[in-house]
Ligand binder design. Structure first.
Ligand code: CMC
Length: 390
């Protein structure tokens, strides 16, 4: 058409200007609002990180305290929503449930459009999505919902809602709480990835915040994106149970005729080791050591990595482990079931989606998203009467 640039998957197109997250894919650098991911993973909590992403600065003690109080106040979800959960068919994937339930939240908590009101909705989402994720797990097992508690931190509360039981009260393990904080921090934002772009695209039509976030969950579900953590563990379990050798798996991943890919490897932006994967790999050893647990899948993952990183195909294609390669091992150590892994990613990515949505709403240069295409269909043809069609 003379002016349209063909860029499948938008690999070369910047669709917005953003001050939230910096990535250098060649050097393996990731910073939120200028702070290196390593620094945040070492020192911050997930809630501080969420505040940083959404508001642009780390919270003062008063701001953090107020955020904590509000997150506690907003942690329950409307009782009527339980009926929704209970009527999903057995075996429904938790990501489908989560996306549907976030849409439903909009009807229970409609927004009024003021700035103060929007900040409340950001906190509603952060607090209630976590509660709903735990509720969906409980109800899927036919168990009673565990309500949030004001005396527990954001992450401890989540683990308690997942695992507390009248016959086996949940005892908060600080190592696991810290591991969950780090897991969520590492997932909190990643500039214009597929789900964040979905949030911005839906938001650009001025659709409601909840609809935009539900679109983010839907985009995250796929195994090339947030579903990769589930796919990695399923791949490692297959190797473990079915006895496939590492070499066979690597051979299949290299075979261009086989659609199989080495899950948890490769990235659109990182052409070196994903800095998040470095942190999470170290955490696997630390957390299993502290819990005095062993996981055969960790050994398989390490062997796979070792072989892949010296294989010419992986070297030539710049394929390194990404965040999803080791994250499932940490989630397994917390007893999170495999089909909940993408939901854990979604809880983590929420502050990023919210921050990016807010930024796009405040940016006067943002217009409705409307890419062009290269038309490859028929030239002008005539309508044929039904009796004249072959
Ligand atoms: N295993 C084998 N080959 C691969 C892999 C892999 N995991 N990833 C990329 N390649 C090859 C691909 O076949 C292609 O080869 P060639 O140029 O010879 O045709 C080349 O590398 C480039 O691949 P691409 O699909 O054009 O790259 P992309 O930037 O479009 O895709 C990706 C990035 C992450 C979707 C892809 O690397 C992949 O499918 N990885 C496995 C899924 C995964 O781990 N996803 C999580 C991503 S990180 C967390 C997140 O942000 O969600």
């Amino acid at each position: 058409t003379g002016y349209t640039t063909y860029d499948p998957g938008f690999g070369n197109t910047a669709s917005c200007a953003s001050a939230i997250t910096f990535m250098d894919g060649e050097k393996g650098i990731l910073r939120y609002r200028g702070i290196p991911i390593e620094d945040l993973a070492e020192n911050a909590t997930f809630i501080e990180t969420a505040y940083l992403l959404i508001n642009g600065h780390l919270p003062s003690p008063e701001e953090l305290n107020r955020t904590r109080v509000l997150l506690n106040d907003f942690s329950m979800v409307h009782e009527s929503m339980q009926i929704f959960f209970q009527n999903f068919p057995q075996g429904s994937h938790p990501m489908g449930i989560l996306s549907g339930m976030i849409m439903a939240l909009r009807s229970f908590y409609p927004d009024m459009g003021t700035e103060e009101d929007m900040n409340t909705h950001f906190l509603y989402l952060l607090s209630k999505v976590r509660t709903m994720a735990a509720m969906s797990y409980r109800l899927s097992r036919g168990e009673k919902v565990v309500y949030p508690r004001h005396d527990l931190s954001y992450c401890a509360n989540f683990l308690n809602m997942m695992f507390d039981s009248p016959v086996h009260p949940y005892i908060v393990e600080e190592d696991l709480v810290r591991a969950l904080n780090v897991f969520l921090i590492l997932h909190a934002d990643h500039e214009q990835n597929c789900s964040t772009s979905a949030v911005r695209v839906v938001g650009s039509s001025k659709a409601p915040l909840y609809a935009s976030i539900a679109a983010g969950v839907s985009a995250l579900w796929g195994p090339l994106h947030g579903g990769a953590n589930q796919a990695v563990i399923e791949m490692l379990e297959k190797i473990h149970k079915e006895g496939a050798t590492i070499d066979e798996v690597i051979r299949r991943a290299k075979d261009r005729k086989d659609p199989f890919r080495l899950m948890g490897f490769g990235h659109r932006v990182y052409k070196t080791y994903d800095p998040r994967a470095k942190i999470i790999k170290k955490m696997c050893d630390r957390i299993l050591g502290k819990l005095k647990k062993e996981d055969p899948l960790l050994d398989i993952a390490k062997k796979l990595e070792e072989v892949a990183l010296t294989d010419p195909y992986f070297v030539d294609h710049n394929l390194y482990p990404n965040v999803d390669f080791y994250s499932g091992i940490v989630l397994r150590a917390m007893r999170i079931p495999t089909n909940m892994f993408p939901v854990m990613f979604a809880i983590g990515r929420l502050p990023g989606w919210i921050a990016q949505w807010k930024e796009s709403m405040e940016d006067p240069s943002q217009r409705i998203s409307r890419p062009r295409q290269i038309y490859t269909g028929l030239p002008e043809t005539r309508y044929h009467d039904i009796m004249d069609r072959k």
